[in-house]
Design a protein around this ligand. Structure first.
Ligand SMILES: NC(=O)C1=CN([C@@H]2O[C@H](COP(=O)(O)OP(=O)(O)OC[C@H]3O[C@@H](n4cnc5c(N)ncnc54)[C@H](OP(=O)(O)O)[C@@H]3O)[C@@H](O)[C@H]2O)C=CC1
Ligand SMILES: Nc1nc(=O)c2c([nH]1)NC[C@@H]1CN(c3ccc(C(=O)N[C@@H](CCC(=O)O)C(=O)O)cc3)C=[N+]21
Length: 233
Protein backbone atom coordinates (compact mmCIF):
# COMPACT_ATOMS: atom_id res chain seq x y z
CA UNK A 1 0.00 0.00 0.00
CA UNK A 2 1.16 3.56 -0.70
CA UNK A 3 0.15 6.69 1.10
CA UNK A 4 0.95 10.33 0.45
CA UNK A 5 4.49 9.93 1.78
CA UNK A 6 5.75 6.42 1.09
CA UNK A 7 5.32 2.69 1.53
CA UNK A 8 3.46 1.60 4.64
CA UNK A 9 3.72 -1.90 6.13
CA UNK A 10 1.34 -4.65 5.03
CA UNK A 11 -0.89 -6.80 7.22
CA UNK A 12 1.77 -9.42 8.00
CA UNK A 13 4.43 -6.90 9.09
CA UNK A 14 5.81 -7.02 12.59
CA UNK A 15 4.66 -4.43 15.11
CA UNK A 16 8.26 -3.19 15.33
CA UNK A 17 8.14 -2.40 11.62
CA UNK A 18 5.00 -0.29 12.08
CA UNK A 19 6.58 1.49 15.06
CA UNK A 20 9.64 2.25 12.94
CA UNK A 21 7.48 3.89 10.27
CA UNK A 22 5.57 5.91 12.85
CA UNK A 23 8.86 7.13 14.40
CA UNK A 24 10.09 8.21 10.96
CA UNK A 25 6.81 10.06 10.24
CA UNK A 26 6.99 11.71 13.67
CA UNK A 27 10.45 13.07 12.81
CA UNK A 28 9.67 14.07 9.22
CA UNK A 29 8.87 17.81 9.02
CA UNK A 30 7.02 17.23 5.72
CA UNK A 31 4.43 15.07 7.56
CA UNK A 32 1.71 17.01 9.39
CA UNK A 33 -0.75 14.23 10.15
CA UNK A 34 -0.50 10.51 10.97
CA UNK A 35 -3.51 8.16 10.91
CA UNK A 36 -3.18 4.51 11.85
CA UNK A 37 -6.02 2.75 10.07
CA UNK A 38 -7.91 0.55 12.55
CA UNK A 39 -8.51 -2.25 13.23
CA UNK A 40 -4.89 -3.42 13.34
CA UNK A 41 -4.05 -7.06 12.62
CA UNK A 42 -4.51 -9.23 15.75
CA UNK A 43 -0.79 -9.74 16.36
CA UNK A 44 -0.25 -6.01 16.96
CA UNK A 45 -0.86 -4.18 20.20
CA UNK A 46 -3.15 -1.27 19.38
CA UNK A 47 -2.23 0.62 22.54
CA UNK A 48 1.51 0.48 21.77
CA UNK A 49 0.97 1.58 18.19
CA UNK A 50 -1.38 4.49 19.00
CA UNK A 51 0.92 5.62 21.85
CA UNK A 52 3.75 5.91 19.33
CA UNK A 53 2.06 8.65 17.27
CA UNK A 54 3.30 12.12 18.19
CA UNK A 55 0.36 14.00 19.78
CA UNK A 56 1.16 17.00 17.56
CA UNK A 57 0.46 14.85 14.45
CA UNK A 58 -2.37 12.73 15.87
CA UNK A 59 -5.02 13.97 13.39
CA UNK A 60 -7.31 11.07 14.35
CA UNK A 61 -7.28 12.21 18.00
CA UNK A 62 -6.75 8.62 19.22
CA UNK A 63 -3.60 9.16 21.30
CA UNK A 64 -4.52 8.53 24.97
CA UNK A 65 -3.35 12.04 25.88
CA UNK A 66 -5.73 13.61 23.36
CA UNK A 67 -8.61 11.33 24.45
CA UNK A 68 -7.80 12.03 28.12
CA UNK A 69 -7.91 15.77 27.52
CA UNK A 70 -11.23 15.37 25.67
CA UNK A 71 -12.63 13.68 28.77
CA UNK A 72 -11.41 16.31 31.26
CA UNK A 73 -13.06 19.60 32.09
CA UNK A 74 -10.88 22.61 31.43
CA UNK A 75 -8.54 20.70 29.10
CA UNK A 76 -8.48 20.76 25.33
CA UNK A 77 -7.14 18.01 23.06
CA UNK A 78 -4.92 19.05 20.15
CA UNK A 79 -7.21 16.99 17.88
CA UNK A 80 -10.78 15.70 18.19
CA UNK A 81 -11.57 12.27 16.61
CA UNK A 82 -12.88 12.80 13.08
CA UNK A 83 -16.18 10.85 13.07
CA UNK A 84 -17.54 12.32 16.34
CA UNK A 85 -16.32 15.77 15.28
CA UNK A 86 -18.22 15.32 11.99
CA UNK A 87 -21.39 14.43 13.93
CA UNK A 88 -21.19 17.66 15.96
CA UNK A 89 -20.44 19.68 12.82
CA UNK A 90 -23.57 18.21 11.16
CA UNK A 91 -25.69 19.19 14.17
CA UNK A 92 -24.22 22.72 14.28
CA UNK A 93 -24.57 23.38 10.58
CA UNK A 94 -28.17 22.13 10.68
CA UNK A 95 -28.97 24.61 13.45
CA UNK A 96 -29.66 21.90 16.05
CA UNK A 97 -29.26 23.14 19.60
CA UNK A 98 -27.22 20.69 21.68
CA UNK A 99 -26.95 22.46 25.02
CA UNK A 100 -29.50 21.21 27.54
CA UNK A 101 -30.78 18.47 25.21
CA UNK A 102 -30.96 14.75 25.98
CA UNK A 103 -28.56 12.83 23.79
CA UNK A 104 -28.31 9.05 23.55
CA UNK A 105 -25.23 7.50 21.96
CA UNK A 106 -25.62 3.86 20.93
CA UNK A 107 -22.19 2.18 20.98
CA UNK A 108 -19.13 2.88 23.16
CA UNK A 109 -16.14 2.09 20.94
CA UNK A 110 -12.91 4.03 21.34
CA UNK A 111 -13.18 5.37 17.81
CA UNK A 112 -16.81 6.53 17.67
CA UNK A 113 -19.25 5.95 20.55
CA UNK A 114 -17.09 6.95 23.50
CA UNK A 115 -15.59 10.13 21.99
CA UNK A 116 -19.02 11.08 20.55
CA UNK A 117 -20.51 10.89 24.05
CA UNK A 118 -17.63 12.96 25.47
CA UNK A 119 -18.04 15.62 22.77
CA UNK A 120 -21.82 15.87 23.23
CA UNK A 121 -21.24 16.24 26.95
CA UNK A 122 -18.72 19.02 26.32
CA UNK A 123 -21.47 20.71 24.27
CA UNK A 124 -23.64 20.59 27.43
CA UNK A 125 -26.00 17.81 26.35
CA UNK A 126 -27.14 15.30 28.98
CA UNK A 127 -25.71 12.07 27.64
CA UNK A 128 -26.67 8.42 28.04
CA UNK A 129 -24.66 5.62 26.47
CA UNK A 130 -26.42 2.47 25.26
CA UNK A 131 -24.32 -0.66 24.59
CA UNK A 132 -24.72 -4.38 24.01
CA UNK A 133 -25.58 -5.09 27.67
CA UNK A 134 -28.14 -2.30 28.00
CA UNK A 135 -31.61 -3.48 28.96
CA UNK A 136 -34.56 -1.98 27.05
CA UNK A 137 -32.50 0.20 24.71
CA UNK A 138 -35.62 1.39 22.88
CA UNK A 139 -37.02 2.89 26.10
CA UNK A 140 -33.82 4.90 26.61
CA UNK A 141 -33.51 5.95 22.97
CA UNK A 142 -37.15 7.13 23.01
CA UNK A 143 -36.20 9.85 25.51
CA UNK A 144 -33.53 11.35 23.28
CA UNK A 145 -33.69 14.67 21.47
CA UNK A 146 -30.48 13.65 19.70
CA UNK A 147 -29.62 10.03 18.82
CA UNK A 148 -26.17 9.03 17.60
CA UNK A 149 -25.99 5.39 16.52
CA UNK A 150 -22.59 3.71 16.07
CA UNK A 151 -23.19 -0.03 16.37
CA UNK A 152 -22.74 -1.80 13.05
CA UNK A 153 -26.15 -3.52 12.82
CA UNK A 154 -28.45 -2.72 9.94
CA UNK A 155 -32.00 -1.59 10.76
CA UNK A 156 -31.48 -1.90 14.53
CA UNK A 157 -33.01 1.48 15.38
CA UNK A 158 -36.65 1.45 14.33
CA UNK A 159 -39.04 4.36 13.91
CA UNK A 160 -40.89 3.19 17.04
CA UNK A 161 -37.69 3.78 19.11
CA UNK A 162 -37.65 7.49 18.34
CA UNK A 163 -39.24 10.46 20.03
CA UNK A 164 -41.20 12.50 17.47
CA UNK A 165 -39.00 15.36 16.26
CA UNK A 166 -35.72 13.74 17.39
CA UNK A 167 -32.56 14.38 15.39
CA UNK A 168 -30.83 11.17 14.31
CA UNK A 169 -27.17 10.82 13.35
CA UNK A 170 -26.58 7.41 11.80
CA UNK A 171 -22.86 6.53 11.95
CA UNK A 172 -23.29 2.84 11.11
CA UNK A 173 -22.02 1.58 7.77
CA UNK A 174 -23.24 -1.93 7.04
CA UNK A 175 -23.01 -3.92 3.85
CA UNK A 176 -26.16 -5.89 3.05
CA UNK A 177 -26.47 -8.27 0.12
CA UNK A 178 -28.27 -6.79 -2.86
CA UNK A 179 -28.02 -8.55 -6.19
CA UNK A 180 -29.40 -5.50 -7.99
CA UNK A 181 -26.25 -3.48 -7.07
CA UNK A 182 -23.21 -3.84 -9.29
CA UNK A 183 -20.95 -4.76 -6.34
CA UNK A 184 -23.48 -7.30 -5.00
CA UNK A 185 -24.20 -5.35 -1.80
CA UNK A 186 -25.48 -1.99 -0.70
CA UNK A 187 -24.51 0.15 2.28
CA UNK A 188 -27.06 0.95 4.97
CA UNK A 189 -26.84 2.50 8.43
CA UNK A 190 -27.95 1.26 11.86
CA UNK A 191 -31.20 3.15 11.57
CA UNK A 192 -34.23 2.07 9.54
CA UNK A 193 -34.19 5.20 7.39
CA UNK A 194 -37.68 4.79 5.93
CA UNK A 195 -39.29 4.57 9.35
CA UNK A 196 -37.03 7.13 11.03
CA UNK A 197 -37.64 9.80 8.42
CA UNK A 198 -41.37 9.68 9.25
CA UNK A 199 -40.80 10.30 12.99
CA UNK A 200 -37.56 12.26 13.29
CA UNK A 201 -37.15 15.94 12.39
CA UNK A 202 -33.85 15.06 10.69
CA UNK A 203 -31.91 11.88 9.95
CA UNK A 204 -28.56 11.47 8.22
CA UNK A 205 -28.46 9.10 5.21
CA UNK A 206 -26.07 6.21 4.61
CA UNK A 207 -24.17 6.51 2.35
CA UNK A 208 -23.61 10.25 2.01
CA UNK A 209 -23.98 11.26 5.66
CA UNK A 210 -21.42 10.89 8.43
CA UNK A 211 -18.87 9.03 6.24
CA UNK A 212 -17.95 11.98 4.02
CA UNK A 213 -17.98 14.24 7.12
CA UNK A 214 -15.33 11.98 8.69
CA UNK A 215 -13.09 12.56 5.70
CA UNK A 216 -13.75 16.32 5.75
CA UNK A 217 -12.81 16.46 9.45
CA UNK A 218 -9.62 14.51 8.78
CA UNK A 219 -8.63 17.10 6.18
CA UNK A 220 -9.60 19.91 8.55
CA UNK A 221 -7.49 18.41 11.38
CA UNK A 222 -4.55 17.94 9.01
CA UNK A 223 -4.75 21.54 7.80
CA UNK A 224 -4.92 22.76 11.42
CA UNK A 225 -1.88 20.62 12.20
CA UNK A 226 0.15 22.03 9.30
CA UNK A 227 -0.79 25.58 10.34
CA UNK A 228 0.25 24.91 13.92
CA UNK A 229 3.57 23.33 12.91
CA UNK A 230 4.34 26.30 10.60
CA UNK A 231 3.10 28.89 13.10
CA UNK A 232 0.59 30.08 10.50
CA UNK A 233 -2.32 32.09 11.98
N1 LIG B 1 -19.31 6.91 9.16
C1 LIG B 1 -18.04 6.77 9.55
O1 LIG B 1 -17.22 7.60 9.27
C2 LIG B 1 -17.66 5.61 10.38
C3 LIG B 1 -18.54 4.58 10.50
N2 LIG B 1 -18.25 3.50 11.28
C4 LIG B 1 -19.29 2.48 11.40
O2 LIG B 1 -19.93 2.65 12.66
C5 LIG B 1 -20.32 1.39 13.20
C6 LIG B 1 -19.68 1.21 14.57
O3 LIG B 1 -18.27 1.20 14.41
P1 LIG B 1 -17.30 0.95 15.68
O4 LIG B 1 -17.66 1.90 16.75
O5 LIG B 1 -15.93 0.92 15.14
O6 LIG B 1 -17.78 -0.54 16.06
P2 LIG B 1 -17.41 -1.50 17.31
O7 LIG B 1 -17.79 -2.86 16.87
O8 LIG B 1 -16.05 -1.21 17.79
O9 LIG B 1 -18.43 -1.03 18.45
C7 LIG B 1 -19.79 -1.28 18.36
C8 LIG B 1 -20.48 -0.81 19.62
O10 LIG B 1 -21.87 -1.12 19.49
C9 LIG B 1 -22.31 -1.79 20.66
N3 LIG B 1 -23.35 -2.76 20.32
C10 LIG B 1 -23.23 -3.92 19.62
N4 LIG B 1 -24.42 -4.53 19.51
C11 LIG B 1 -25.32 -3.74 20.15
C12 LIG B 1 -26.70 -3.83 20.39
N5 LIG B 1 -27.44 -4.85 19.94
N6 LIG B 1 -27.30 -2.84 21.10
C13 LIG B 1 -26.58 -1.77 21.54
N7 LIG B 1 -25.26 -1.63 21.34
C14 LIG B 1 -24.64 -2.60 20.66
C15 LIG B 1 -21.08 -2.50 21.23
O11 LIG B 1 -21.30 -2.69 22.60
P3 LIG B 1 -20.20 -3.36 23.60
O12 LIG B 1 -19.22 -2.25 23.88
O13 LIG B 1 -21.00 -3.74 24.77
O14 LIG B 1 -19.59 -4.50 22.86
C16 LIG B 1 -19.98 -1.49 20.89
O15 LIG B 1 -19.84 -0.53 21.92
C17 LIG B 1 -19.89 0.36 12.13
O16 LIG B 1 -20.99 0.13 11.28
C18 LIG B 1 -18.78 1.07 11.37
O17 LIG B 1 -18.65 0.60 10.06
C19 LIG B 1 -17.09 3.46 12.03
C20 LIG B 1 -16.17 4.47 11.94
C21 LIG B 1 -16.38 5.63 11.09
N1 LIG C 1 -7.89 5.25 12.49
C1 LIG C 1 -9.08 5.15 11.91
N2 LIG C 1 -9.84 6.27 11.78
C2 LIG C 1 -11.07 6.19 11.16
O1 LIG C 1 -11.78 7.22 11.04
C3 LIG C 1 -11.51 4.92 10.66
C4 LIG C 1 -10.67 3.80 10.84
N3 LIG C 1 -9.48 3.94 11.47
N4 LIG C 1 -11.03 2.58 10.40
C5 LIG C 1 -12.25 2.39 9.61
C6 LIG C 1 -13.32 3.40 9.97
C7 LIG C 1 -14.39 3.54 8.93
N5 LIG C 1 -14.30 4.91 8.46
C8 LIG C 1 -15.05 5.44 7.39
C9 LIG C 1 -14.88 6.71 6.93
C10 LIG C 1 -15.59 7.20 5.85
C11 LIG C 1 -16.50 6.38 5.19
C12 LIG C 1 -17.26 6.91 4.00
O2 LIG C 1 -17.04 8.02 3.56
N6 LIG C 1 -18.22 6.13 3.45
C13 LIG C 1 -19.04 6.54 2.32
C14 LIG C 1 -19.38 5.32 1.44
C15 LIG C 1 -18.20 4.80 0.70
C16 LIG C 1 -18.59 3.64 -0.22
O3 LIG C 1 -19.55 3.79 -1.01
O4 LIG C 1 -17.91 2.61 -0.16
C17 LIG C 1 -20.36 7.12 2.81
O5 LIG C 1 -20.75 6.83 3.95
O6 LIG C 1 -20.99 7.84 2.04
C18 LIG C 1 -16.69 5.10 5.63
C19 LIG C 1 -15.98 4.63 6.73
C20 LIG C 1 -13.30 5.54 9.11
N7 LIG C 1 -12.71 4.76 10.02
Amino acid sequence: MKDAIGAVPGEDSAEAEVLKHIAAFNDDPAVHGILVQLPLPKHMNEENVLNAVSIEKDVDGFHPLNIGRLAMRGRDPLFVPCTPKGCIELLRRSGVQISGKRAVVIGRSNIVGMPAALLLQREDATVTIVHSRTKNPEEIVKQADIVVSAVGQSNMVRGSWLKPGAVVIDVGINAVEDASCSRGYKLVGDVCYEEASKVASAVTPVPGGVGPMTIAMLLSNTLASAKRIHNFQ
